[in-house]
Design a protein around this ligand. Sequence first.
Ligand SMILES: [Zn+2]
Length: 358
Amino acid sequence: MFSHHSKRTLNCLWLFLIVWINPSDAFAQTLNYFKVKAEIVETRLETCPSRISERRERLKQLFMEVGCQGPYLKEQRVRRSRFNVICTLEGESDSTIIIGAHHDKARNGDGVVDNWSGASLLPSLYEALKSDQRQHTFVFIGFTDEEKGLIGSKHFVKSLSKEEKEEIKAMINLDSLGLSYTKLWWNEAGQDMVNTIAGVADQMGLEVSGVDPSRVGGGDNESFEKLGIPALMVHSVTEEKLKILHSRHDNLKAIQMDDYYDTYRLLAAYLSYLERTRNDEDATRVRAEGQRRASPTLGRNDDLALFTRKDDEGFVLDDLPSGVTVAGVARRPEDVAASVRDATGAAARAVIAAAGRS
Ligand SMILES: [Zn+2]
């Protein structure tokens, strides 16, 4: 995460979902993915080199260990900078989902949280998906020099042809994980993504909430958002933990291992779900909804206006194939409670997918 040094405050939104329980729904079926063991995910995090060039080598080594090699593993030289590491997991189509995590670090601290926590998770996510046949092509990228202003991701995006850009259906950016349970931020085009990952989290009994880091910093997702690509930033930063980033406290001790592994499990399940459900039509529809970033400063009613369809109560209706039929954001936990009370029917179960103030 790079930082804007001025206003260091975070905005927290309470994500809530109402999920229809329908045994015939695809959502209830088991997702097929390989779950890398907690010890392995932890070891990959713990073996965190300090120099950026060593981090790049280590990331390549981890990719090779999980089977990403030869023509599928590349280094992309970045103008006036270092190298992006790019591992491609081919699918039957060119339809592409990008999972990014910068591997460089700020000067202070070990950079375990920011962002070896993201970069070292990429090979484990590759492993989660590699054994099954895929329709989508997944591209895992360890971007360089994010801290200097998204240099690696800007270069990557620039290097793409018009056709290649059009094939990118979604971008998921992992930045600074493991400080707390999973936090999400997204652009408007990524609304379906956040509904879906929150639905997956609910099914797994995991917590997620929306925390907007854009006032204090940003990430490589922004390079993709500029193209109108649906983008989701996955992080763990809260108001209380913010000071850890770019300080000497950014080390292994700052990581809450259980939360970190939960974020891994959620991402692995979410990617396998995305693989199965996100088709070209979805992506086109989502893209057409525009590129404006969801603003954290809006009032409650305005929050709801971010969504496309509302019921009489002002709650959002979204016909997702996932079975997540109602979703939205509220500014306070009381609002979540109120909305759940108003919007649930006998067949709907309300789930408050957020707990603890940011
Ligand atoms: Zn950073």
